[in-house]
Design a protein around this ligand. Structure first.
Ligand code: HEC
Length: 157
């Protein structure tokens, strides 16, 4: 009797061990899958950075603000715009973030030397501000805002 029980006990213990080992191995596989799925979204976020090889894409702007900027440009005489010392205004109000050359990117400011956006879009940005950039409505006159928007187009490389 003693001889016949021990092999069964041995088998039983072996199967228990086998199951035990199998269960131990499964969780790390699951963890590895979780790590993979967590690391995947990171490159997706990187692709949303509005930068292309040819230049910086303009960030989004409310359509109403673009419309207002268009009206502002239409309502301001070219003579008034031409009379503005735009470089002086740029140095006074913009260099703290964009730098003298426009490419400083202080406070995550857009690189103006690589920016591809319309004059309307630029005027809207300066007039209403966006994100960290403060609005210059009331700080500069309308003609000054348009003149500065035109001036920064000369900073392009
Ligand atoms: C306080 C820092 C700061 C100052 C001062 C500042 N900017 Fe900006 N500017 C930014 C930031 C930040 C952005 C990016 C904003 C965004 O789109 O989220 C930006 C974006 C821009 C853009 C890009 C608009 C587009 O098409 O996406 C223009 C044009 C611009 N600034 C012009 C100017 C001019 C002109 C002045 C001076 C009158 C000025 N900025 C002053 C911080 C600043």
């Amino acid at each position: 009797m003693k001889i016949s029980i021990s092999p069964i006990l041995l088998l039983f213990c072996c199967t228990l061990l086998f199951i035990g080992c199998g269960e131990d191995k499964k969780p790390p596989k699951k963890k590895a899958k979780v790590e993979k799925s967590q690391s995947k979204p990171k490159p997706k976020k990187a692709t949303t950075i509005p930068t292309t090889k040819s230049g910086v894409q303009s960030s989004e702007m409310d359509p109403e603000k673009l419309e207002a900027a268009e009206k502002l440009i239409a309502a301001t005489s070219e003579e008034d715009v031409a009379a503005v010392d735009a470089k002086k205004n740029y140095k006074k109000f913009c260099t703290s973030c964009h730098g003298f050359k426009g490419n400083a990117k202080i406070n995550a400011a857009t690189d103006l030397t690589k920016l591809k956006s319309s004059l309307t879009r630029k005027v809207a940005q300066i007039y209403f501000g966006k994100g960290v950039m403060t609005p210059f409505k009331g700080i500069m006159e309308d003609a000054e805002i348009i003149a500065v928007a035109k001036y920064i187009e000369t900073l392009k490389k």
